[in-house]
Design a protein around this ligand. Sequence first.
Ligand code: IPM
Ligand code: MN
Length: 365
Amino acid sequence: MKLAVIGGDGTGPEVVAEALKSLEALSKRFDFELAYDELDYNGTRYLQTQQLLSDDELEALKTYDAILLGAIGHTDVKPGILEKDILLKMRFGLDQYINLRPIKLYDSVDSPLKHANSATLDYVVVRENTGGLYTGVGSFEAKGTGDEVAIQQMIYTRQQVERCIRFAFDYALSRHQNDVWRGLSEADKEAGYVAQLTLCGKTNVLTYVFDLWERVFEEVAKDYPTVKTNYVHVDAVCIYMVDDPGRFDVIVTSNMFGDIITDLGAITQGGLGVAPGANINPEGVSMFEPIGGTAPDFTGKNQINPMAAIGAVQLLLSHLGYLDAASCLENAIKVVIKKMDSQLAAKMGFSTTEIGDLVVQEIMT
Ligand code: IPM
Ligand code: MN
């Protein structure tokens, strides 16, 4: 396994170091070779050299099996620069058109949802990752004047929508290879359904873009007769994510809505400290990251929870087909998470590095 490791800024390098510790332990236990290059594509390098992510560097990333990323963002750099020309450049340039974000509550993790448990909070958001409002297309007119107009366009091609929706259907099926989604009614099960896919949109207002999404969703659904489908507006999705998350199995949505609802989802699963995500190009190089940011207030304090980065390694392993190592790591995460439940490792009496050590210990026993 050959990885590109981009620690990034803030607490990124700290959490990635713990993630690498568990990966190294797994490579010993499951006997696979692990090699990685640590790359300094981050805000600090930008401040020193004005370099972001060059086209050559982007090309070179294509030679790895996968990318492990910490977080990118720097308090001394204006918001938007590093995001656009490092993080989004990787997502777009490597055509990682899926952002997969599992929302899963592990036992004993403290959720702000008082009724949620590991049986009722377990779904996955498939966020489209290359289009929509993220394309950066827009303009100012009469900038700075009283008549100013700012335009930001939500752009989707049918191809972008279709490949994302197909991925979501396939993913819903693969998630239930050995079981049937527990939210289905008896009648649904008898009808032969095994999984559910929800389209999250805003067809009542965004009448062009989500009209396209809905039409493509309905067309593609015909190829997946065992997946039950439904449509929910994004605002209602937010209500259900809090009030009744057990109704969701897999949700597919646009880039911007996916960004927003997965932060909400992360908080319900115990916070950004435990929430990982995968930027997937099914035919190319994928990138795995904690969904949280650089947490500047905690940088260098050995206090940040590395569990989301360790969870990103689990997603990486299952994506690359190292299934035994992935399930070993998931068990280790479950055991260690039982001993802590907060975004801040230190609050529970553990440091960042101690949590990494506990996971390694669990892997090796
Ligand atoms: C995320 C982040 C990014 C996004 C930012 C940093 C550009 O919030 O990964 O969710 O909006 O996609
Ligand atoms: Mn986000």
